[in-house]
Design a binder for this molecule. Structure first.
Ligand code: SF4
Length: 360
């Protein structure tokens, strides 16, 4: 097959997409011209987002203790991974972390909870926390809390939740290989409940879990069909003790091609290079920003401050700029020094996140 890269870009600029055959070719073919592919993906990225990069900060507000068996997740009931388990954090801790995220330049603060899904009482508690975070800080709030039905989606919508994250993770065909306690259909139903109740959806995938190219193409087109406006692209970080481990398919180039493909199939979506970007895209991360317009800053809440500083430097060095908020302090961000408001000189304590895959 030969591809006209200009035509690919033009189609995306008009809201179109490559064919499924072209999509598979772009992922697999030896003679793909990588820089021309990146340039094609950059055209719709520039049209919709200019040179801005949205920064999301994740907070695991509840870790572990999950009855589900998602094999890629160290919080799953059968995982032997050593993780710190804790129930939902205290509200004050969540507020302090939300403010620190805003000061770090995050435009969105993502609360992630382990578990199959919240019950009604828990949903109401979450709704109160979400409303208060939004009242206090200039960040949009995203929630990743497992399966949600219409009743719960309505409560969350009324609290002002901006986005509900629920990743498809892989194709319908491959789904039973990674999880048996809930289905792909359950995941679709959650996204539909969110949408029906006026909450923006966020849904993406994890590469490197034994899927075939056709599975990646399927999920890219499924997200297009669902008109998902926010798509996190995760790259599996293999964790000892988990059932789904490295499949050997991820090279930096394959990851970069997948980011470009996701942009070309979903031209106007916020495409995020998410969990595992550092270790899998490696030195190609700055190039990925020409297709993606969003990333997670892992690091200051979850691993090390260095990681956040490096990320801000990478954004600037590649010629992009952070889409900040009124509390954003670029100098602080560059130096990786994020302080708890009212906490004097106390630096936020790094934690080790149990689940490096962003969102559920
Ligand atoms: S991804 Fe979510 S539902 Fe699945 S095991 Fe992990 S915490 Fe539980």
């Amino acid at each position: 097959m030969t591809i006209d890269y200009h035509q690919l870009a033009d189609r995306a600029l008009e809201g179109g997409a490559p064919s499924r055959e072209e999509a598979a070719w772009l992922l697999d073919a030896k003679d793909v011209e990588l820089l021309r592919l990146v340039d094609a993906a950059y055209q719709p990225r520039r049209k919709h987002f200019g040179r801005k990069v949205m920064v999301h900060v994740l907070n695991n507000v509840q870790n572990g203790l999950c009855p589900e068996d998602c094999g890629y997740c160290s919080q799953n009931r059968d995982s032997g991974a050593a993780i710190r388990q804790y129930p939902m954090k205290d509200e004050q801790e969540i507020f302090a972390e939300a403010e620190a995220a805003a000061r770090a330049g995050a435009s969105r603060y993502c609360m992630v909870l382990s578990g199959r899904g919240p019950n009604l009482a828990y949903t109401r508690r979450l709704a109160e926390v979400i409303a208060e975070v939004k009242r206090r800080f200039p960040v949009e709030v995203c929630l990743s809390a497992g399966l949600v039905d219409d009743e719960k989606a309505k409560i969350l919508a009324e609290a002002g939740l901006d986005r509900l994250n629920h990743n498809l993770n892989t194709s319908e065909r491959h789904y039973p290989e990674i999880c048996s306690t809930h289905s792909y259909a359950d995941r679709l139903a959650t996204l539909e409940a969110a949408r029906r109740n006026g909450i923006e959806t966020c849904s993406g995938l994890i590469m490197g879990m034994g899927e075939q190219t056709a599975d990646l193409v399927d999920v890219a087109f499924q997200l297009r069909e669902l008109e998902v406006p926010s798509i996190p692209l995760n790259f599996l970080i293999p964790i000892e003790g988990n059932q789904v481990t490295e499949d050997g398919s991820l090279t930096p180039e394959r990851c970069l091609r997948a980011v470009c493909l996701m942009r070309l199939v979903n031209p106007a979506a916020e495409i995020r290079i998410a969990g595992g970007r550092e270790g899998n895209l490696r030195s190609l991360q700055p190039l990925a920003l020409y297709a993606a317009n969003s990333l997670f800053v892992e690091g200051y809440l979850t691993t090390r401050g260095d990681a956040a500083r490096d990320t801000y430097e990478m954004i600037r060095d590649a010629g992009f700029e952070v889409e900040g908020n009124p509390l954003y302090d670029a100098d602080d961000a560059r130096h990786g020094a994020f302080r708890i408001p009212g906490g004097g000189d106390q630096l936020l304590k790094p934690e080790i996140a149990a689940d490096p895959v962003a969102g559920q």
